[in-house]
Write a protein that binds this ligand. Structure first.
Ligand code: PAF
Length: 287
């Protein structure tokens, strides 16, 4: 595995691969890799001839009182893991190269960026869209792989790719869960043992929503109310939001029909966790 830190070097390599007709798969990450990330790497290796993984803790997507400084980092371990996975290039750009002094350009996906997580984390999706577009321009992937846990992120990136006519396919891979149902996240490391046990409430509440829908409940407010009740029953949990939305637009729905997402953000102690359930009228699956 080649470790590339320079943007010009990464661009040159991508250019060589393009010239040779090799398909490039790309997995953008902020590191501290878990099985969720590795499922994306494996999907890329299966579909593409060269796989690039980036590790960059992107300051532009953290608010001033968020966890940018303490976000978990372990580059040596991540690098060894990616080497074992047979990744071609690990791209680790320096923050000063990505956002040099005087940097001024940001990408906004209006409306999508402001709802749901965007209400609690203003500026977050602007930071995500900006870094993802920059990385796409550097790595020039044919296919970029994202996890379905970050549902609003994937919808935002898909919209950006369509609106800006990007030549990249956005592939969304299923949520990877711990044996007890907790969606894998680098932030799970923040949880104390008690909080870790309490965090099961997210997937438990979504499982209950799935059960209700399977049994025929179509009233979105009743499903959301049940989810909120279950969260409220966990003393260490504080709800940020639980909403049922149309999967492509993230617009709220009154009825669970067609392709919908039940989206959840919950504080467990100081740690904010997200999770979701994709519900199609006849077919319900955790995505
Ligand atoms: O999902 C993440 O880890 C980040 O938001 C991403 C896509 C790597 C952009 O920094």
């Amino acid at each position: 595995m080649r470790v590339v830190t320079g943007i010009p070097e990464m661009k040159a390599l991508a250019g060589e691969w393009k010239a040779a007709g090799r398909t490039i798969g790309f997995v953008p990450t902020m590191g501290y890799l878990h099985e969720g990330h590795l499922s994306l790497v494996r999907a890329s290796k299966e579909r593409c001839e060269a796989t690039v993984v980036s590790i960059f803790v992107n300051p532009a997507q953290f608010g001033p009182s968020e966890d940018f400084q303490r976000y978990p980092r372990d580059l040596a371990k991540d690098s060894a893991t990616l080497e074992r996975e047979g990744v071609d290039v690990l791209f680790v750009p320096a923050a000063e190269a990505v956002y040099p002094p005087g940097y001024k350009t940001y990408v906004e996906v209006r409306d999508l960026q402001d709802r749901l997580c965007g209400r609690t984390r203003p500026g977050h999706f602007r930071g995500v869209a900006t870094i993802v577009l920059k990385l796409f321009n550097i790595v020039r992937p044919d296919v970029a792989f994202f996890g379905a846990k970050d549902a609003q992120q994937t919808v935002t990136i898909e919209k950006m790719a369509r609106d800006l006519d990007l030549d990249v396919e956005i592939a969304v891979c299923p949520v990877v869960r711990e044996p007890d149902g907790l969606a894998m996240s680098s932030r799970n490391v923040y949880l104390s043992p008690d909080e870790r046990a309490a965090a099961r409430v997210l997937s438990k509440s979504l499982a209950e929503a799935e059960r209700l829908i399977r049994e025929g409940e179509r009233d979105a407010s009743r499903v959301a109310a049940r989810v909120k009740d279950i969260i409220a029953g966990e003393p260490l949990a504080r709800l940020d939001y639980a909403e049922i939305v149309e999967a492509g637009t993230l617009e709220p729905v009154a009825e669970v029909r067609g392709d919908t997402l039940i989206l959840l953000a919950v504080y467990i102690g100081r740690t904010r966790l997200i999770d979701n359930l994709r519900a199609r009228v006849e077919e319900i699956s955790s995505c």
